[in-house]
Design a protein around this ligand. Structure first.
Ligand SMILES: [Zn+2]
Length: 264
């Protein structure tokens, strides 16, 4: 399917969003957007009044993570367990949906608030950079709270060994825009996709896709995970570039723990 057609399909499929019925984290807004040309990141803020903050915001994501400030950071507790594998190609990424009963049990506790894991998805190349270095891919696990706040765990992916925990997703990855489909008899634990050590960079920012809402606590793991070149190539054939460039840091600090964190 041509990109233009893809965008048109998305536009038809998301009229409800324009009426405010879908929260921002689920963003499939009617206005087409992409990663290049006239609907690319440089133009997002001009495409729709709902996207204005993409251009005007002062706390946009991603950013380059450099010179982190050592701080005493609150521990994170993850309560993840295996879920059925339900995924889709939304025209912007491959997204695994955490639905229904499974969702209730996949949570993240941070500073006295419990956030629910809604979905996770991938970018190629990475959106965050570390001291100027781009990684081949990045995984985002999106958690929301009823008060509208969002916590995203970012996991950088470097080239290395084949990652067996990606295999069920990669085997089912739709090459074209699709509705969510559940893969029969497959369950996966999102925890398997996290690095073994829990130290994170933390800062406050935004969604990295329109509407770019500034309501996101970002926790990006300092240690990357690995995937093989052929795994990355397979993703890149569908999404050669679905990464927003880094945004100005402005007044924001990037924090890091000055001692080991306790991530459950
Ligand atoms: Zn993302």
């Amino acid at each position: 399917m041509e990109r233009r057609q893809v965008l048109h399909v998305l536009a038809l499929g998301s009229i409800g969003t324009a009426l405010g019925q879908t929260p921002a984290w689920a963003a499939e807004i009617g206005q087409p957007w992409g990663y290049g040309g006239e609907t690319g990141p440089d133009h997002w803020g001009d495409l729709s009044p709902e996207f204005q903050v993409c251009g005007l915001g002062q706390a946009q994501s991603p950013i380059d993570l450099h010179h982190p400030v050592p701080a005493t950071l609150s521990p994170i507790t993850l309560n993840y367990h295996p879920v059925p594998l339900t995924l889709l190609n939304n025209g912007h990424t491959i997204q695994v949906m955490i639905d229904g009963d499974a969702r209730g049990g996949n949570t993240l506790d941070l500073e006295g608030k419990r956030y629910t894991l809604r979905q996770f998805h991938f970018h190629h190349p990475s959106e965050h950079t570390v001291a100027g270095s781009v990684f081949p891919m990045e995984l985002h696990l999106v958690h929301t709270h009823d008060d509208g706040s969002i916590v995203v765990l970012g996991v950088l992916i470097q080239a290395g060994r084949k990652n067996p925990h990606l295999t069920p997703i990669w085997n089912a990855m739709p090459a074209h825009v699709s509705k969510a489909q559940t893969v029969p008899n497959v369950r996966m634990n999102p925890h398997d996709l996290l690095p073994p050590e829990g130290d994170t960079f933390r800062y406050f920012g935004s969604l990295t896709t329109p509407p770019c809402s500034e309501m996101v606590s970002w926790l990006v793991f300092q240690r990357p995970i690995q995937a093989s070149r052929s795994q990355m190539d397979q993703f890149a054939q569908i999404f050669p570039n679905n990464a927003r460039p880094v945004q100005p840091q402005n007044h924001r600090l990037v924090l890091e723990s000055h001692r080991g964190e306790d991530m459950g």
